[in-house]
Design a protein around this ligand. Sequence first.
Ligand code: BES
Ligand code: MN
Ligand code: MN
Length: 467
Amino acid sequence: MNQAQLDSAIAHADLVEQATLDSLKTFLSIESISTLPAHRTHVRMAAEHVRDELIAIGMQNVQLIEGIVSDTKHEFPLIQAEWMNAPGKPVLLLYSHYDVQPVDPLDKWVSPPFDPVIRNGKLFARGVADDKGQLWIMLKSIEAYMKTAGTLPVNIKILFEGEEESDGEHIARYVASKPDWLKDVTSVVVLDGAMFAAGLPTITNGLRGIVCAEVEVTTLSGDRHSGMDGGAAPNAVRELARIVAALESDDGKVLIPGFYDDILAPDALELASWAKIPFDPKKYQADIGATELIGDQSVSVPHRMWGLPTLEVHGIGGGFSEVGFKTVIPAKANAKISMRLVPGMDPAKIESAFAAFIAKVTPPQAKSTVRFLGNAPAMVVQTSDQSVQLCAQALRETFHKDPVYIRCGGSIPIAGQFARDLNVPILITGFYNEQEANLHAPNENFEVAAFYEGIEAFIRYLYLMGQ
Ligand code: BES
Ligand code: MN
Ligand code: MN
């Protein structure tokens, strides 16, 4: 493929910008919330929508790989497609997810989450940044070549999942089974990262891992009257609150024995790069509406978010918290807890240390059970590889600026698994502005100009990979 064909593909993408945006809006209007059983048909509709689009743009062997669907488990299809007509060229595996997070609290959305609208140059909708907009960037880049050159500069395999925001078990099992289909992949693109700031091209060279847990506490065979039984009958909410409080010291250190033992510190190059990125802790604090930031004061805020582990309680349930009042002693309470891991930490080891600690701090008047809902190790990516360096070049040519290398505090469980099971370089990047995109929160958005720049950069990337 030559420079003229690259230019034509970019020109085509420019020409059809409005149609691209309209088609993205249609995709965004599908309510593909993977974690909520009420939305199962929508998640499937999203899968079928993407499948049909892949066929329309000229991808081949497009299919849905079905997962387990039983009384106790409901998996969503993987979407598979390929275009393998560039003999001798690299084989890129493109990853994204078509599922999205729940939308609560709904009343905080300025416009309905599945009714995409543009305000101040930003497109607002659930999933527009994470990750439907970026999935669309890849499809529309491919389409731009197909509509102009009629061919692609590289071989492409596509593997999209629909349960990244729930447990990702289907794709994990598929990749772990080392299918023949993945054997010829030469590198992976995970387009589920972000730009660190507006207009600042970014490559994500590390992700935190995660351990997800649910703790359930039972103190009674059933709820009791807090007047009649209060003073003698143990309260599950109180016992759970004490267990949760025991997990951390007042200054925020996780008290689980061994929690910090295996951490590998970021190297000097990474620390130097983090010191250079435009980040103002005071502005960040104001932006998120916090009265103080927490964490280890001896390291920078980005270091705390990327290079240190955390423990968070996402929600506590039990007893009565509706409108009105109910004088009850709850028999049961539960907490959803996750720990973010950094390189060096072993998810299995953290799980057993967590379970042992919960058992140790559970008082005799309570019974506790711990259930683990999934885990992923942290990862760091080799940035010297050509597949990463050519991305840096594509970003430079699109944004006229050198890209920055950052880590991400979030987790993309399958990214680490690609590295392990396929043993090929992984590129993680993305185009929405992570400071403003409201990921997983109300008013998720993607700057329209950045979305189009993403398409240009991706078109350039495919070209450079094929040279
Ligand atoms: N795309 C995100 C991860 C991410 C966040 C990458 C910010 C770059 C910047 C991904 O969809 C995500 O939300 N992952 C979950 C995984 C969890 C549900 C296992 C996360 O990090 O909470
Ligand atoms: Mn994502
Ligand atoms: Mn997400």
